[in-house]
Design a protein around this ligand. Sequence first.
Ligand code: VGL
Ligand code: ZN
Length: 213
Amino acid sequence: MTDRFVPAETDLLVLVDIQRDFCPGGALAVPDGDAVVPVANRLARRFAHVILTQDWHAPGHRSFASAHPGRAPFETVEMPYGPQVLWPDHCVQGTAGAEFHPGLDVPMAQAVIRKGFRPEIDSYSAFFENDRRTPTGLAGQLRERGVRRCVFAGLALDFCVACSAEDAVRCGFEALVVEDGCRAIDTGGSLAAARARLAAAGVRLIRSDGIGG
Ligand code: VGL
Ligand code: ZN
């Protein structure tokens, strides 16, 4: 049914936010989030280029509901750069919750993009912060390395994975998402909205068993 995807030298695997806080028992646990770990480990062995992203918030980050008196997690507020969902405190720099999942076995990963470290602005995408303007530097790094196509897996499909894939397209890369290598938060219709945005951006959804050479 689906065509096979054979990773080429110009393909990059991006493993998004596979961290303790996004897995069961964590501060912002994505349902079944740790199910992506074995998929990520397998995928990483198929790609010449592998990078990781790591949600990495300053304490008291403005995306935390705790920074907005009277507000609760999963409510949406208006920030200078647009609407922002408020989250439980998560992935605080240097804490155990910000560490990669202990089962993630990807010693071949070549770079870690830390994002969300500016206290006043959230960053879902691996390429731009949520103002859609402030770059992380990843696009330049990938161009210098000759990468043409980005393949994404990780957490959460409807936030950081979807935003990263959309921005990859915006930056001139082709983008694919490995669906069974992701899990979603699905709050307030976020998963359906993300799927629609991915389709509109031309991001292809594939399955991990269709990848190989
Ligand atoms: C994420 C919400 C807040 C994600 C990060 O990795 O998808 N979601 N911070
Ligand atoms: Zn975050």
